[in-house]
Design a protein around this ligand. Sequence first.
Ligand code: NCD
Length: 305
Amino acid sequence: MKSLISTKNLDKKSTEKILKQAQELASGKEILANGKPTVASLFYEASTRTRASFEIAAQKIGANVINLDPKLSSVNKGESLDDTAKTLANLGVNIVVVRHPSSGAALRLAKCLMHTQIGVINAGDGMNEHPTQALLDLLSIKQEYGDVENKKIAIVGDCLHSRVAKSNIYLLKTFGAEITLLGPPPLVPEAFSSMGVKVEHDFKKLSAMNLDLLMILRLQKERQFSGLIPSTREYRRYYGLDENFFINLPKQRKIRILHPGPVNRGIEISEDLVDNETVSLIHKQVSNGLYVRMAVLLEILGNNK
Ligand code: NCD
C-alpha cells in the first residue's frame, strides 16, 4: 500500500494487518517509524478530530509533522493542488494527509505524486470517501463483536453527502456485513442499492430489523445545496435516534451505536445516548482513530522505503 485513497480495493488480509497493528498499539506497544519521516497535514476543510488524530498519530510514531494550513500557505495565493504536490515532493515529505472539499482530490494528489516515494492518505474528499474512518469503525465493531460476518448494520441519515457512509459500505461489505441505509429519500436515494445495500426510508421499521449496529450520520448541512429536507426539526422528529428506540427492543438484544462525529446533539441523536457507554461506541471510536492512523502511517512508511 503506497497510498490510502479508498476502501474499495482494500482486501481482508491487508485490512486485518492494519487492524492488528492498531490493536497492538492500543494495548501499549510502542512502534516507531524508521529514520524520522515527515508527515505533511494538508486540510482544505475544517476538522477537529481527524486532523488532531493524524497529527498526534504521526508524532507518536516519531515522525516530524508539518502543518500546511491552506489559509496561510500559497494555496491562498492561488497555488494549484498539482503545484502544492510538486513543492511537497521537493521538500522530501514522506506522506501527505489530505482533506479536501472536492470528491476526487486525494486521488488527484496521489496521481501527481505517482512518480515519487510520497504516499497520500485521504482524510476525507468531498462526498466521496474517508477510509481511515471506516477502518476505525471496523476496529470498534470487531472489538465489540469479534466478527463482522453477517452482522446487520443500519447506516442512518445523510448517506448522500457522507464520505463516511461510502467508505464504510465498501469495507463492511468486504467483511460480510448486511447493510441497510435508512433516511429520507432525498438523502438516501434508491440508487444506493447498486452498491449492494438495502435502502429503507421508514424509521419505524428499524426496531424490527434485528440489528446489531446503528451507524448514525451527521446531518451535513454544509453540503446540502438545495434544501433537500424541509427543516432540522422535522428531520429530528422522523429520523432522530433517542432512548425510545430501545424501549421496543427485546432486552437481550445487544445493539451498539456508532457516530463519526462531530455530533449534532439533539438532532440526529439525543444528548443522553451519545454519552451512554452501554450502547454508544462514540468515545471509543475517537481513541481507536488514533491507533488506526498510527498503523496506517506505519504501513505506508514501511512500504515506501
Ligand atoms: C466526518 C467527516 O468529516 O467526513 N467527520 C470526521 O471525520 N470526524 C463526518 C462528518 O463530517 O459528519
